[in-house]
Design a protein around this ligand. Structure first.
Ligand SMILES: CC(C)(COP(=O)(O)OP(=O)(O)OC[C@H]1O[C@@H](n2cnc3c(N)ncnc32)[C@H](O)[C@@H]1OP(=O)(O)O)[C@@H](O)C(=O)NCCC(=O)NCCS
Length: 211
């Protein structure tokens, strides 16, 4: 299942559910390109972080965009306690060592979010830098919305940081509205942002939310 968009400049981008086998490394690279600044203190160095992310991706919690068979974008979501990026506490400690892993677990804990009733929580969206601004991110969000509608969710939620006004502008254009902003000045030095805004978009479905 998916949708296509012809773009004379770049060929045809196809949006799909899940991540095709063999794209895990590329998916992790894209994810890291988008979120490395935020996740760096928890998962650096990059040559350790990217393989860690690749090894613990939940492919069934993604929609993706392919151009000529190459992964050029992905968007994750959480359902049933699993999101796009996985990796248990034990896996973090195994990869980074017990002593060095502990503070990483604390940092990763800062990013944990729980969906409210009827909410499909998005778990990151990233488009290949060379293809941004051509509508791929919008297609990915529409596909996540379709997933949410089919599964009976009432709304989609995502979090955007204060240092990413362009992403926020895109979400607003697509019908997301801000519901609350958490000020996190203590994270500015370490993670680069000082506030996180939760945004939501209603999903057109009459069905009761799953779970
Ligand atoms: C945000 C992102 C997923 C949007 O995908 P996209 O394919 O560029 O989106 P679209 O082409 O559908 O929409 C374009 C809009 O996205 C936003 N956008 C474009 N480039 C962006 C960038 N580098 N960073 C953040 N937002 C960007 C802008 O609002 C843009 O509209 P504009 O050209 O009028 O300014 C993509 O730009 C990206 O991967 N950015 C870096 C990672 C990121 O910020 N993820 C979101 C975290 S909440």
């Amino acid at each position: 299942m998916g949708q296509d968009t012809p773009d004379p400049g770049v060929g045809t981008v196809t949006v799909r559910r899940g991540l095709p086998a063999g794209t895990e490394q590329r998916a992790a690279e894209l994810y890291w390109t988008a979120f490395g600044r935020k996740l760096g203190p928890a998962l650096n160095p990059p040559d350790k972080a990217v393989p860690f992310i690749a090894a613990h991706l939940n492919a069934d919690r993604a929609v993706c965009a392919l151009l000529d068979g190459q992964l050029v974008g992905l968007a994750g979501y959480r359902q049933g306690g699993r999101g796009l990026t996985g990796g248990s506490a034990r896996a973090v400690l195994r990869a980074y060592g017990h002593l060095r892993g502990l503070h990483r677990l604390l940092l990763l804990g800062l990013f944990e979010r729980r969906p409210g009733p009827g909410e499909l929580l998005m778990d990151g969206i990233a488009v290949s830098p060379g293809l941004r601004g051509r509508g791929v991110g919008s297609l990915l969000i529409e596909e996540v919305t379709a997933v949410a509608a089919e599964r009976g969710f009432r709304e989609i939620r995502l979090d955007v940081i204060d240092t990413n006004p362009r992403a926020r502008a895109l979400y607003e254009r697509l019908g997301f509205t801000a519901v609350r902003t958490e000020q996190t000045p203590y994270l500015r030095g370490l993670l680069g942002f000082g506030a996180v805004t939760a945004m939501r978009r209603p999903v057109a479905t009459g069905a009761a939310a799953e779970r």
